[in-house]
Design a protein around this ligand. Structure first.
Ligand code: DC
Length: 212
């Protein structure tokens, strides 16, 4: 059983994916972390994230980098979005994601192109979204809670601008842009808290799995 969870930045898809995986007892892959690791490695290499060769070279990042908390910062998220436009980077990360999707017993993957490119054969496809304002607020609160970036220096309006820019880059890139698969269930979580969002999604997934 493969469950694909796609959606824009800060839509809550990561939390939903982890909770679905725990519910069904299968592993979960946050594919955004792979792009974040590439973005971070470009910075460590003092390369240019907009340069295809620099971004491709950074795909050879060490596994330990995946554990680095800095991957979750706004800055690394921006770098990830920039390296993710290069087709070579997407290709280099494809096999790892596909192998995870084929885990015997099932898997949940969250990202931007899981239902469209990585696992078009997924049993259930979800596209989780929410308004720009709500997503910026969630990201801001998350940053304060984790104290990853210096929230005093990043006002909410700046996060909102970043969310809009990130959406534009993810939606408009030529290769595997952010979009709902034609057979995805689109769930807008703007007016839901985390528990309500998960309950709504779980119900939709259970119904979809019951269909012959
Ligand atoms: O989900 P996230 O914010 O951690 O993702 C960071 C960036 O990585 C996102 O802006 C675009 C890219 N990404 C992608 O292109 N494809 C994926 N499956 C996951 C993330």
């Amino acid at each position: 059983m493969i469950i694909a969870v796609d959606g824009p930045t800060a839509s809550g898809k990561g939390t939903i994916a982890k909770r679905l995986a725990a519910h069904f007892g299968v592993p979960c892959l946050d594919t955004g972390l792979l792009y974040r690791a590439v973005g971070r490695q470009v910075a460590l290499n003092e390369g240019d994230p907009d340069n295809a060769a620099d971004a491709l070279a950074a795909c050879a990042f060490p596994d330990a980098l995946m554990e680095d908390e800095i991957l979750r910062s706004e800055e690394t998220g921006g770098l990830a979005s920039r390296v993710s436009v290069h087709p070579g980077v997407r290709q280099a990360l494809f096999e790892r994601q596909r192998a995870f999707a084929e885990t015997p017993g099932g898997a949940v993957l969250d990202g931007r192109d899981i239902g469209t490119v990585i696992a078009p054969d997924a049993d259930v496809k979800l596209f989780i979204t929410a308004s720009v304002q709500e997503r910026a607020k969630r990201r801001w609160l998350e940053m304060i809670a984790k104290n990853i970036d210096d929230e005093d220096e990043i006002p909410l309006s700046e996060i909102e601008r970043d969310v809009v820019n990130r959406d534009a880059r993810d939606i408009n890139r030529k290769d595997a842009p952010l979009k709902a698969a034609p057979d995805a269930m689109i769930i807008d979580t703007t007016s839901f808290d985390a528990d309500q969002a998960f309950e709504t999604v779980l119900e939709a997934v259970q119904q979809a799995l019951q269909k012959p």
